[in-house]
Design a protein around this ligand. Structure first.
Ligand SMILES: Cc1ncc(COP(=O)(O)O)c(C=O)c1O
Length: 431
């Protein structure tokens, strides 16, 4: 490791990794956090920076995989959480703050008439699928190759994110009976959906889709594709679920459904609405949501659902997502992604770069990336060289070709300039 980097010393991280491995599998608690030969260990974070235990500082474009839109350790979030800490941290009873956050969500997101808070995006998609199956009394679901909807059994097939990065897109341990009802289709392909629906007439409960595929890099939907999904689901009594755990409140105030002007029946959200604390939510049309227990009989529950700390931080976060936030974060992401593309061209490195609002990713690939198969043909080895190079130059992105980069409100002009210099430095020697 020591000779991998010219500028950073990771000796304390190395020691911690050796210790961590004794107790934690590969030293981490989520596979995406591991990269070879060992990850740096974080001491603290502020604004757009992560600081590791060896005193290195990194400009952060991973942002905890999305939630930190206001940057790390935001003062207002700290204050609101401190106030809530004094008032108690879990009650097992409802609070007014849950109404406030639910209202903020309903006011922003077009499909959201009601909300059920849970603790993670994983729980949100699991429960949304259960809701769709319970309402329609059908078992099959359609999921896209390479989409990641969390780490639960219905959806861990041909999965993106860490599952793909670490070579287990189809995880062992999931009974075939569980996933035989998960029908897989390539993203951005109308014929595949038509065929799958025709072959499984009246058996499909829902289609679950990441409107922008953010767990296999950053793949935008082709023009009209989401509208096509809306129409074909309506024609066939299939519930359309947008998994907006990444895109929700990030790419527009109302998420991808506002950005692309297509309203699903249900959506799953998370990350941003917890302001850096654990959360998830299922949102959607009242007539569907009311089927959740205790009003209906589709069971969903959680000791920490609507946890007051997460909810307080979420309210404070959403309050700050004004027009300026969306203009600035998208402008920053566009500037950086344009520069990456131009620099890659300058150094004759085959590339395709995609940017939607404050999300972006480069693929080391000669051809357009539109789905799982095309994404998988990218040069992942070169991507890791790019990753290590950026790290050595003080920039942290998620350590995989199959993740996405994000900007926050704290990535200002000075930080962007530093980032562009680091990018130039890396491409100079990228092979
Ligand atoms: C689109 C999408 N859905 C669901 C999830 C799962 O969310 P969580 O990690 O909070 O369980 C993720 C996590 O990255 C995600 O990106």
């Amino acid at each position: 490791m020591s000779n991998m980097f010219k500028n950073i010393n990771l000796s304390k991280s190395k020691k911690l990794f050796e210790e961590a491995q004794k107790y934690l599998v590969k030293g981490v608690n989520s596979p995406v956090r591991y990269f070879k030969p060992f990850p740096f260990f974080v001491e603290k974070a502020k604004d757009c920076y992560l600081f590791d235990v060896d005193g290195n500082r990194y400009i952060d474009y991973c942002l905890a995989y999305g939630p930190m839109v206001l940057g790390h350790a935001n003062d207002n979030i700290i204050n609101t959480v401190k106030e809530q800490l004094e008032l108690g941290t879990a009650y097992g009873c409802p609070t007014e703050k849950e109404i406030v956050l639910a209202k903020e969500i309903v006011n922003r997101m077009p499909c959201a008439e009601m909300v059920r808070f849970v603790n993670s995006g994983t729980e949100a998609t699991m429960s949304a699928i259960r809701l769709a199956r319970g309402i329609t009394k059908k078992n099959k679901i359609i999921k896209f190759d390479g989409a990641y909807h969390g780490a639960h059994d219905y959806v861990l097939v041909k999965s993106g994110s860490g599952a793909l990065t670490h070579g287990s897109p189809n995880s062992p341990g999931i009974p075939e009976e569980t996933t035989k009802n998960t029908l897989l289709v390539p993203f951005n392909n109308e014929d595949a959906i038509k065929k799958t629906i025709a072959e499984n007439k009246d058996e499909i409960a829902c289609i679950i889709v990441e409107p922008v595929m953010g767990n296999i890099g950053c793949i935008p939907p082709k023009e009209g594709y989401l509208k096509f999904l809306r129409e074909i689901t309506e024609e066939n009594d299939i519930i359309l679920i947008f998994d907006e755990v990444i895109t929700g409140f990030r790419i527009a105030p109302g998420g991808a459904q506002e950005y692309y002007n297509v309203v699903p029946d249900l959506a799953t959200v998370g990350k941003i609405i917890g302001g850096g604390f654990p959360i998830g939510a299922i949102v959607g049309k009242k007539e569907l949501m009311e089927n959740f227990s205790p009003n209906g009989n589709i069971y969903q529950a959680g000791t920490f659902n609507g946890n007051p700390i997460s909810v307080s931080a979420g309210i404070e976060t959403l309050k700050n997502l004004d027009n300026e936030f969306y203009t600035q974060t998208s402008k920053t992401a566009k500037k950086i992604s344009d520069f990456i593309g131009e620099t890659a061209e300058k150094y004759k490195i085959p590339n395709k770069i995609y940017n939607v609002s404050s999300m972006f990713q480069i693929y080391f690939n000669e051809n357009e990336v539109v789905d799982y198969e095309t994404a998988k043909k990218s040069n992942t080895e070169r991507f890791m060289k790019y990753f290590y190079g950026l790290l050595d130059n003080g920039v942290f992105i998620a350590p995989s070709q199959f993740e996405c980069c994000f900007t926050s409100i704290k990535h200002d002009d000075e930080v962007v300039e530093k980032t562009l210099n680091a990018i130039e430095e890396v491409f100079k020697s990228l092979k």
